[in-house]
Write a protein that binds this ligand. Structure first.
Ligand code: 13P
Length: 257
């Protein structure tokens, strides 16, 4: 049995004051949430991490950063290390988000270094993979996802693999309102699970959690979650409001598989 995990990627939204307000609102909404049924993670901008961590003290809500650098410290202007986000209160880090691949030169090689650095510091990586529209239309979805997984995870210790989280985010579904159908999501999630089974064996493949991301909303979370290989969601736009994010989390927590 894999525990459902819903993460909110706040991207480059929310000042510190706004982030505290959103975190407080969610904390109130999740007061009665059954955390045995779902893991919840908030991923604010770096500037708001410490303050949001403060709000989340003594709750079961997790905290994640949206990126990290792979060095522990040094002359790397503008970068933030795994130890620094851990110090700010994080347990998770999103790594290899398609926006970073698209706009900031992130590659499978840098993703690989970041995953290893995160694991070394006890941070759980949420590793993003997924094809863009051109790749999907050229029938390259499986090839792209396979490259992201095989190269991104190259050399990572098998014992660490089951602890990380994979987020399948088809780029054409991000911020477009165009969600992958539950069948499309399931098809790729199953492909990823089978690939992990081939690479790391049955146990890892049975236990690793695979989130879906791309225009997840309260209206579509149930149908997505009902698919056997969809273990949660990485939510962008709908994670920025208390009502929509808490509805997604609550609905996801109620799906029994
Ligand atoms: P949207 O939910 O806004 O489509 O964003 C998805 C995403 O990129 C989460 O990381």
């Amino acid at each position: 049995m894999r525990k459902t995990i819903i993460a909110g990627n706040w991207k480059m939204y929310k000042t510190i004051t706004e982030a505290i307000e959103l975190a407080n609102g969610l904390k109130r909404e999740f007061f009665k949430l059954d955390f045995a049924a779902v893991d919840v993670v908030l991923c604010p901008a770096f500037t708001a991490l410490s303050e949001v961590a403060e709000v989340l003290t003594e709750t079961e809500i997790g905290l994640g950063a949206q990126d990290i650098y792979w060095q522990e410290e040094g002359a790397f202007t503008g970068e933030v290390s795994p130890l620094m986000i851990k110090d700010a209160g994080c347990q998770y880090a999103i790594i290899g988000h398609s926006e970073r691949r698209q706009f900031f030169g992130e590659s499978n090689e840098t993703v690989n270094k970041k995953i290893k650095a995160a694991l070394k510091s006890g941070i759980i990586p949420i590793v993003c993979v997924g094809e863009n529209l051109q790749e999907r239309e050229a029938n390259k979805t499986f090839k792209v996802v396979e490259d992201h997984i095989n190269n991104g995870l190259a050399g990572v210790d098998v014992s660490d693999i089951a602890n990380l989280i994979i987020a399948y985010e088809p780029v054409w579904a991000i911020g477009t309102g165009k969600t992958a159908t539950p069948d499309q999501a399931q098809e790729v999630h199953k492909f990823i699970r089978d690939l992990l089974k081939k690479n790391y064996g049955q146990d890892v493949s049975d236990n690793i959690r695979i989130q879906y991301g791309g225009s997840v909303k309260p209206e579509n979370i149930m149908q997505l979650m009902e698919r056997p290989d969809v273990d949660g969601a990485l939510v962008g736009g709908a994670s920025l409001k208390v009502d929509s994010f808490s509805a997604i989390v609550t609905k996801a927590s109620e799906v029994v598989k």
